[in-house]
Design a protein around this ligand. Structure first.
Ligand code: SF4
Length: 237
């Protein structure tokens, strides 16, 4: 492929082709956290930091059975919540954030999860990624693009961005993918990252995007790395 991808028009056409191919490859891609309400999705997403969705799904049934509402969870003790979520890692910080989040939901939002980005990111333990998950998969609002480790890595390999900072990656993706695709896009890329474009060993030979991808930062058979110097690391914001 031509590895110089400069014009916005070219980038949008390539983004469209990427969307079509990933949609065809992963027609059932969806949020892999189990939830029955935006509240449950919010708590599950807080728990998913530095943890697999499978592990989170193993603790949330007990968590939501014991404390089914923000009020009930806000009234639980730190030690009680820690005991249930222990296996998800960083359990002290997560329990503190969950209690703080539920206390604020109860005190300021009538026990409901707010539906705007500024309100969501004002909650303890909730950053832009978690807010985008809740808005997209919980409320069906395409306010932004969820950028997790898979999305960031694959966006850089595909040269859809040169950035490491998730907010800047999101900005670059939002500039070339139509807004109506933002929610599905993250699910598709995450599925691709789990199955084909894995962190250590991307299976480029089996990839539906192979002819569209400059493979930035991917080691070749000779051990050389493609395009590493084009990635810009900036401070997180
Ligand atoms: S060609 Fe390789 S690096 Fe590019 S998206 Fe596919 S698996 Fe990832």
């Amino acid at each position: 492929m031509n590895r110089s991808i400069h014009s916005k028009k070219q980038q949008r056409e390539r983004a469209e082709a990427i969307t079509v191919r990933l949609t065809s490859a992963y027609p059932h891609a969806r949020c892999s956290l189990d939830f029955e309400s935006p509240f449950q999705l919010l708590i599950a997403t807080i728990l998913s930091a530095q943890c697999t969705d499978k592990r989170v799904n193993s603790v949330t049934p007990d968590l939501f059975h014991r404390w089914p509402t923000p009020k009930a969870m806000a009234d639980a003790s730190q030690a009680q919540i820690e005991a249930v979520i222990h296996s998800t890692g960083f359990f002290r910080a997560k329990a503190k954030n969950i209690r703080g989040c539920c206390q604020k939901l109860t005190a300021q939002y009538g026990g409901e999860v707010p539906r705007s980005m500024p309100e969501l990111v004002s909650l303890p333990g909730v950053g832009r990624k978690t807010a985008n998950v809740v808005l997209g998969s919980g409320f069906g609002q395409a306010v932004g693009v969820v950028v997790d480790t898979h999305v960031g890595r694959i966006a850089r390999r595909l040269r859809l961005t040169r950035h490491v900072n998730p907010v800047q990656v999101e900005h670059d993706l939002a500039a070339v993918f139509p807004q109506q695709h933002w929610i599905a896009l993250s699910h598709l890329i995450i599925e691709h990252g789990r199955t084909v474009c894995q962190a250590r060993t991307p299976h480029c030979e089996a990839c539906v995007l192979a002819d569209l991808c400059p493979r930035v930062g991917v080691k070749t058979a000779t051990g050389a790395t493609t395009g590493r110097n084009t990635i810009q690391k900036t401070r997180k914001s």
